[in-house]
Design a protein around this ligand. Sequence first.
Ligand SMILES: *[C@@H]1O[C@H](CO)[C@@H](O)[C@H](O)[C@H]1NC(C)=O
Ligand SMILES: *[C@@H]1O[C@H](CO)[C@@H](O)[C@H](O)[C@H]1NC(C)=O
Ligand SMILES: *[C@@H]1O[C@H](CO)[C@@H](O)[C@H](O)[C@H]1NC(C)=O
Length: 553
Amino acid sequence: MHRLCCLVWMVVTDVEATDISNPDLNYGLVVDCGSSGSRVFVYCWPQHNGNPHDLLDIRQMRDQHRKPVVMKIKPGISELATTPEKASDYIYPLLSFAAQHIPKSKHQETPLYILCTAGMRVLPESQQEAILEDLRTDIPVHFNFLFSDSHVEVISGKQEGVYAWIGINFVLGRFNHDEAVVEVQVPGGDQQETFVRKRTAGVLDMGGVSTQIAYEVPKTVSVASPQQEEVAKNLLAEFNLGCDAHRTEHVYRVYVSTFLGFGGNAARQRYEENLVSKTVLQNKLLGKHQGESAESPILDPCLPADLPDEVGPPEQRLHLRGTGDFALCRLLLQPFLNRTNDTQTSLNGIYQPPINYPNSQFYGFSEFYYCTEDVLRMGGDYNASSYAIAAKTYCATQWKTLKERFDRGLYASHADVHRLKYQCFKSAWMYEVFHSGFSFPTGYENLKTALLVYDKEVQWTLGAILYRTRFMPLRDIQQESLKGAHSHWRHSFPLMNTHYLFLACFLVVVLSIMLYVLRLRRIHRRAVFNRGASASVQWLEEGLGSQDLPVTL
Ligand SMILES: *[C@@H]1O[C@H](CO)[C@@H](O)[C@H](O)[C@H]1NC(C)=O
Ligand SMILES: *[C@@H]1O[C@H](CO)[C@@H](O)[C@H](O)[C@H]1NC(C)=O
Ligand SMILES: *[C@@H]1O[C@H](CO)[C@@H](O)[C@H](O)[C@H]1NC(C)=O
């Protein structure tokens, strides 16, 4: 079915410029208003393939130079907290940039979403509302996009995590239902339904400030205490990715948890603050002067051997010197994971539902990738023991040597001196977060560290637009079927020129092949799920006419 549709509807391949002359292409906009700036992403998709199980084939729009259509402005929208009336002026350049790329005739059917994250979340609600209200009022005056009040929102960290998870799994093709692997229990009152479908990938993302984990929890989870249950509820998201809300085989239950202060830089900062306060206290108690000069530095096992560094506020500057001891560094980092004794928890004692490690797969982004790839050149399939060996060797190498190698250009191009200095610390931190924090066994073989998924940078905005357009296929299918049912009968023959006739024949052939395949799939699905044929597939067939339509014509 899938392959067939590709032939018929000619899916635009990734690296091609978007064909704006194609009248069947649809467009959508997502503006990501983050803390440091705002970006607009333009997406496009061909007509839906008619299979109610498939999401729209959404991808990033590419200009004539094949570059994704993206524009970024600084600073973040939250800077307008006290001047909310400027919000629409602030957004204007992004939208007019997008408007220039999308054919004018398409504007009114192009949905526009403006979704705000971290920076806005911390503002008082009244200030948030004032900014959103300004956008809601002014944007429709200047732009003709499909836009309503609900299209402007401050989204939670959980939503953002879910969108990222959806975007990545979509690009990985995990929402196609052709190879079923995982048994899933779908929540829904007393009668638990069980499906078998593709295994989705979990996502690990360690940024500078926070670390996030998101993965599907296929089985209903039992939670030890009532308090835990409340926490668990807040960390689990249940949503239906199907185009028909009444059907449950596309319901996903995803755990998302974000840990502020557990990103690479924030962890280093916590560690340094602790080091400073400990040393200051010790110096006071014992009348020592450790760290106060470069001659008597504080020894830091988390810095490469003999790397000198300085920390602390100007009036309390302390001198460090690396000893490059990976094992000791890991040990020293343990307390910063804030683990508790409870086995059902991860970092900070936060609830974490069990992971079926042997039957799971995770992708690690940002620091997971930089730590393994930039210096160590081990990005891709993660192997804990070889990673630990390489990280240990790196830490123990003299700073002078590392610097020389760097100057000779031996490390990845985006590795800078900052990376070199903190690679030892961060590699130990990543190791501890992954194995001690999230409890992945050291023999875990299904972590891939990555910057891109299938050569594409995947933003959460892709998941956002997929999620928010998930009902569109149903509308398309409905419209198509109505068109199909009426147009064939209404057009009287004299009006038809050869052009139409040819098109009609072509359509008939395509339809009959599709119906045949649908039928096969239905039978196949019946076998897989051991359930009756799904209502909407039946309905689709009725809508399109019936399978003997070709004979009648
Ligand atoms: C870790 O736990 C300590 C003590 O409970 C707490 O003060 C600190 O804020 C926690 N750290 C983070 C990053 O949440
Ligand atoms: C964890 O367990 C150990 C021994 O089992 C105990 O000594 C320690 O106090 C416990 N820590 C917490 C935070 O409950
Ligand atoms: C992981 O690395 C270790 C040591 O380099 C090696 O012995 C082992 O075979 C590797 N495991 C896999 C699954 O490749």
